[in-house]
Design a protein around this ligand. Structure first.
Ligand code: ADP
Ligand code: UDP
Ligand code: MG
Length: 241
C-alpha cells in the first residue's frame, strides 16, 4: 500500500526524495533532526491573534477508534498543545441547540461528513479564541473537500500530520467498547464510517504523504506503547523550537 513506509525508516511515510536522502544520511537518532529541519517550521496563519506571528498546527488523523483522542490527551499533558477535536466541536453544536444542530446529529448518526463550512468555522473560532500557539486538530480534515476548505479559510497547510494506523478489526472493537454514550458507537454506523474513511479520508492521508508531511504511527498495542512511538516526534519538535 502507498502509505507503508520503507524498510529504511519505519518512522516517516514520505515520498519526498530529498527528505528520504537526508534520513538515509542521518539514519539513527539524527533522523529526528533531519526530519524536524524539513517540516517543523511553524506556518504563518491568517488566524493568528494580534501579536502572534505563527501557529503550529498538527492534524491528527486515523480511522474511528484508532486512538486519536486518547493519544492527543497524552500529547497535551506532555507537550502543552491545545487539543481541538472536530468531533467534539460538532457534538457541542448539537447540545448547544445551534441552528445546525439537527443536521449535525443526523450526519454523525449516519457516519457521514458534516459540510466543510460548518466544521472549518468551528475550528477557526476555537483557534482564534485560544491563547496557545500549538494545536492538535483531531479528526479533521476528513475529506479532500475539508482539506481544501480549511486551506482556503486559514491560508496555510498544517505543519505536519500524524496518522494512527490501526487494523479495522481493532478499531471496531474499540469503538464498540467506547462506552461514552455516543450515537455513532454502534456496529451499523461504524461500518459506514469505515467506508467513508477509506473512500474520503485515505486520499487526504495520501496527499500529505506525498507532500512529505505525514508521520505514520502504528496504533496497535497498549496506550503507553503507542505514546512511546508518538513521544519522539514531539520531543524533536521541542528540541528544535
Ligand atoms: N491502545 C489502545 N488499546 C485499547 N483501547 C484503546 C487504546 N487506545 C484507545 N483505546 C480506547 O478505544 C476507544 C477509542 O479511542 P479514541 O481515543 O476515542 O479513538 P478515536 O478518537 O480515534 O476514535 C476508547 O474507549 C479508548 O479508551
Ligand atoms: O471534521 C469532522 C469531524 C467529525 N465529523 C463527524 O463527527 C463524527 C465523529 O467524529 P470524531 O472525530 O469525534 O470520531 P472518532 O474518529 O474520534 O471516533 C464523524 O463520523 C463525522 O460524522 C465530521 O463530519 N467532520
Ligand atoms: Mg476521537
Amino acid at each position: 500500500m502507498w502509505w507503508r513506509v520503507t524498510s529504511l525508516s519505519h518512522l516517516v511515510a514520505s515520498s519526498k526524495p530529498f527528505l528520504l536522502n537526508q534520513m538515509r544520511a542521518a539514519y539513527g537518532l539524527k533522523i529526528w533532526q533531519a526530519f524536524s529541519t524539513e517540516i517543523f517550521k511553524p506556518a504563518e496563519g491568517r488566524l493568528s491573534n494580534p501579536g502572534r506571528t505563527h501557529q503550529f498546527i498538527t492534524f491528527v488523523l486515523g480511522g474511528p477508534g484508532s486512538g486519536k483522542g486518547t493519544q492527543c490527551t497524552r500529547i497535551v499533558e506532555t507537550f502543552g498543545f491545545t487539543h481541538l477535536s472536530a468531533g467534539d466541536l460538532l457534538r457541542k453544536e448539537i447540545t448547544s441547540n445551534s441552528e445546525n444542530g439537527a443536521m449535525i446529529l443526523n450526519t454523525i448518526k449516519e457516519g457521514k461528513i458534516v459540510p466543510s463550512e460548518v466544521t472549518v468555522k468551528l475550528i477557526g473560532k476555537a483557534i482564534k479564541s485560544s491563547e496557545n500557539d500549538r494545536f492538535l486538530i483531531d479528526g479533521f480534515p476528513r475529506s479532500e473537500e475539508n482539506r481544501v476548505a480549511y486551506e482556503r479559510v486559514v491560508g496555510t497547510e498544517p505543519d505536519f500530520v500524524l496518522f494512527f494506523d490501526c487494523p479495522e478489526e481493532e478499531m471496531v472493537k474499540r469503538v464498540l467498547n467506547r462506552n461514552q454514550g455516543r450515537v455513532d458507537d454502534n456496529i451499523f454506523t461504524v461500518k459506514e464510517r469505515l467506508k467513508v474513511f477509506t473512500a474520503l479520508n485515505l486520499p487526504v492521508i495520501k496527499y500529505y504523504s506525498e507532500k512529505g508531511k505525514l508521520y505514520k504511527i502504528d496504533a496497535t498495542g497498549t496506550e503507553d506503547e503507542i505514546f512511546e512511538r508518538v513521544r519522539p516526534v514531539f520531543a524533536a519538535l521541542r528540541a528544535k523550537n
